[in-house]
Design a protein around this ligand. Structure first.
Ligand SMILES: Nc1nc2c(ncn2[C@@H]2O[C@H](COP(=O)(O)OP(=O)(O)OP(=O)(O)O)[C@@H](O)[C@H]2O)c(=O)[nH]1
Ligand SMILES: [Mg+2]
Length: 249
């Protein structure tokens, strides 16, 4: 089974070295694709330098995007590359070490028996470490809101630590996903459910980042409030047919 770990990066230069070491430890056979948006702190250069100078990282790559930046944009490109390159299993995770690579073996192994595995903070056994109370409450509210409004029966639908099968990613028209922030995860989950994919949550302990800054913005929060309503409405509309049977003469 060949696995690609897709990691979007924006100003994560202080985290990359530790992340690469941890990835080698916990997922030595996986390939890694960093998708960088021309980070001003030179994350892409620093990462490329580390990859060039360590033979054990020879299968890893850095993809530098051009055009407007965004988490959703980076994931859309990363998933497209993963599918075009023929990977069977695709992991997505943050670069800031909030997603502990020690969970990778479990995520990848559980994915063999299902379509999508979500590393979940809010299922039994999961949790969050070091977040201020206000941040935890915002995150819990977001998950409750998504469950209710978009009718997604997942306890941590905003989670960004996931393992997808090729089949699950192919079941989603990724280029038509519009979201940028947390909503990207929610929209992908909703589409996977609509496509009949099986989803399993596995507990993780999420730790707040120690280096670098969060990229959460007001627009990301606004999008998170609106997107669940769009998804709820989409449930009422039949999927668009992309192929037509030629009319009989
Ligand atoms: N390529 C790219 N990556 C991004 C962008 N915004 C965020 N990221 C990356 O996406 C991941 C999650 O972003 P974070 O800023 O950690 O957001 P968060 O995890 O929701 O919030 P905090 O953990 O509080 O910082 C990290 O690896 C970021 O570097 C972007 O515009 N482009
Ligand atoms: Mg983070």
């Amino acid at each position: 089974m060949n696995t690609l770990i897709v990691i979007p990066t924006y100003n994560e230069s202080l985290n990359i070295n530790t992340l690469l070491q941890q990835l080698s430890l916990y997922a030595p056979n996986a390939h890694v694709l960093f998708v960088d948006d021309n980070s001003p702190d030179r994350t892409a250069d620093i990462t490329s330098h580390l990859l060039l100078n360590n033979p054990e990282y020879s299968h890893h790559q850095v993809f530098i995007r051009s055009g407007p930046r965004g988490l959703g944009r980076a994931y859309r490109d990363g998933f497209r590359i993963a599918l075009d390159s023929g990977y069977d299993t695709v992991v997505q995770m943050d670069a800031d070490l909030s997603h502990d690579p020690k969970y990778l073996p479990t995520l990848i192994q559980k994915c063999q028996a299902t379509d999508l595995v979500i590393g979940s903070r809010y299922c039994s056994g999961g949790g969050v470490r070091d977040w201020p109370r206000s941040r935890l409450m915002l995150s819990r509210f977001a998950c409750w809101y998504v469950q209710r409004v978009a009718d997604i029966p997942i306890q941590d639908a905003t989670a960004g630590f996931r393992c997808w099968t090729r089949r699950a990613l192919q079941s989603i028209d990724i280029s038509s996903i519009k979201s940028e922030g947390y909503s990207f995860q929610v929209e992908m989950t909703s589409r996977a459910i609509r496509a009949g994919m099986r989803i399993v949550e596995t507990p993780i302990i999420f730790t707040d980042r120690t280096h670098g800054k969060s990229k959460i913005s007001r627009s990301v929060i606004l999008e998170s409030l609106l997107m669940p309503w769009k998804l709820r409405f989409d449930h009422w509309v039949p999927p668009v047919l992309t192929e037509r049977t030629p009319a009989a003469n």
